[in-house]
Structure formats: C-alpha cells, structure tokens
Design a protein around this ligand. Structure first.
Ligand code: UTP
Length: 303
C-alpha cells in the first residue's frame, strides 16, 4: 500500500482529456471536445487557468489519438508570433503565450480509451506519492462572484482533512440518473462537507441516495492508485473512477473520502445543451460581446 505521511499540500494537477467525445460528434471526429471554444478561448484553457489561479503549476494532461491540437495550443508558435509582430498586432503575442508560460504542462497518452479511471491510473508515475488534483478537461467550473476558483476550494478542504475529496453540487431530483451521486453524512466540523459512505453511478431516480452530483473536480491522496489497480473493467469495458473511489471511501485507514458541497456552477461541455449555455453565459458577461449578444437574444425572444 502507498504510505502518506504528515501534512501534505497539492502541487500537481491531472487533466484527463483523452476521451472520444461521442456525445459531440461530428465535431469531435477531428477536434478534441476540450478544444471547443467558449467565445474565443478553448474549454481546456479555462480549466488550466483554474488550476494556475489555484496555485498549481505542474499540470499533466492525459491525451490520446487525434488530440494534437491540445499540445499545439499550449506550445510556442514562432511563425504566428512573428506574423503578429509584423502585422502591428504585437499586443496579441502576450495573449497567445500567457497560460503556457504560467505553468509547466506535461503530457501522457492514453492508448486505448478505457475510461476515466484508466486515464487517472496513467498519471501514477508522474504524481508519485503526493496528493493531487483532478480537473476534468471537458468541465468548466464557475464559482459565484468573489469566491475562490473551484479547485482552490477543494484544495483548502483537503488541507483541513488530509483525505481525498470530491466536489458535488445539487441537481434537480429528476436529473440524478445522469450523474455520479454521493451518499454520506454531514461532517461535524464543516456543514458543507460530507463524509462519504458510497458513490452510485447514474442511479435510478427513486433509488438515488441524494441529489448531490459529482462535479468534475477531485483531490486524491496517492491511495487512489492502489484502488485503481484493483478496479476491473466494468460497463462498456471502462475502468470506472467511481469504483476505485468507493473502495477508498470504505478504507478508513486512508482517511476515506469526503465531498464538498459547493455553490459553483458546472458546465459539462460534452453535453450539447450545457455547451451552448456556457457559451451564451460567458458571451453575455464579457465587455466586448455582452451588449450585442444581449440585444440579439432580446430581439430573438420578441420576434
Ligand atoms: P467523459 O466520459 O465525459 O468523456 O469523460 P468521453 O468518454 O470523451 O465522452 P462521451 O461520453 O464519449 O461523449 C470526462 C473526461 O475524461 C476524459 C474525457 O476526455 C473528459 O475530459 N476521458 C474519458 C479520458 O481521458 N479517457 C477516457 O478513457 C475517458
């Protein structure tokens, strides 16, 4: 078993981005869903900005076949930089370099898409024996104004408990069969934290233990790798992360698993409707696009 000692802080993030994105075909035939733009910035850039703004500089992206656009986006592009400089757009150079310069990005390829659990398992060598954050590459987290970035909130919860923790948000009861749902009891120290008994993947509506859905952000101790090794391929041949999390939740010696019930909005970009909502919400709030888009929507609704 992996041994974890002392008070540990999070310095590394793993971003799985190797999935096939079948819910977003035909776009994802040639373009990773993680590179879909929200106004003019790819989804994955928002995710990396969340990690960097949370204080994480070491980022491992799990990629796969057909995902080269991801590596190109965060790489240095000398031709584009000279073109911008020569055409009087030197101010844009800073903008295209920015995030790639603010962190160290590593890549590992998942050869066969064996599920989220398998993608995380591949990060074991890079992560070593440290606790680490996981941010799904197709999920944007938008906390209420003035609140800390999503994964920062989880990191702070981890630091107080020194145990693995997953972010959850409340969903309407009729939607529970679309999500991983958690079951547990409120923590006596913090009303927003729940000590987990179990996690149920897409439960039937009348069997769901709660309406708290897993939100695409996690902090794990290295114990998760022990359980991922023991997780067999399940439905669709995939290695389910929730199966390993369930075993971790039962293992009191590791600190078990907690959930943090937060207020942040979550957009699952792999879902067409949520992608469209995210695009509209971000376009409405930006100073360069907000008023035109608002007018367009108003005209549309009045016609
Ligand atoms: P999803 O289950 O939403 O992604 O995984 P998917 O399999 O690409 O989507 P659909 O259902 O076919 O439309 C959540 C995150 O985990 C990554 C995905 O890239 C996404 O960011 N993932 C998923 C992997 O890295 N590897 C996998 O084998 C599966």
């Amino acid at each position: 078993m992996t041994h974890v000692q002392g008070n540990q802080v999070i310095t590394k993030a793993v971003i799985p981005a190797a999935g096939m994105g079948t819910r977003f075909l035909p776009s994802t035939k040639s373009m990773p869903k993680e590179m879909l733009p929200i106004v003019d910035k790819p989804v994955l850039q928002y995710v990396i900005e969340e990690a960097v703004e949370s204080g994480i500089k070491d980022i491992l992206i799990v990629t796969g076949r057909g995902k080269q656009a991801i590596e190109n986006h965060f790489d240095f592009n000398p031709e584009l930089e000279s073109f911008l400089a020569e055409s009087g757009k030197a101010n844009m150079v800073e903008q295209i370099r920015d995030i790639g310069d603010r962190c160290e990005i590593h890549y590992i390829r998942q050869k066969r898409q064996l599920g989220l659990g398998d993608a995380i398992r591949l990060a074991g060598h890079h992560v070593g024996n440290e606790p680490f954050a996981v941010l799904l590459g197709d999920t944007i987290i938008d906390p209420p104004a003035g609140e800390k970035p999503g994964v920062r909130q989880l990191m702070e919860a981890f630091e107080s408990k020194q145990a693995s923790i997953v972010a959850v948000h409340r969903v309407p009861k009729p939607w529970v069969d679309r999500y991983g749902i958690v079951d547990g009891k409120a923590d006596s120290d913090n009303a927003h934290m729940i000590r987990l008994n179990q996690l149920v993947e897409k439960p039937a509506i009348d069997e769901a233990p709660s309406n708290l859905a897993i939100a695409g952000r996690y902090v794990f101790t290295a114990h998760i790798f022990d359980y991922l090794k023991q997780t067999a391929q399940g439905v669709g041949g995939e290695i389910q992360l929730t199966d390993a999390m369930n075993m971790l939740a039962q293992d009191v010696g590791t600190g078990g698993m907690y959930a943090l019930d937060w207020q942040a909005k979550r957009y699952d970009i792999g879902n067409r409707v949520e992608y469209a909502k995210c695009f509209i919400d971000y376009a409405l709030r930006r100073s360069d696009t907000g008023s035109s888009i608002r007018k367009h929507i108003q005209n549309h609704l009045e016609s």
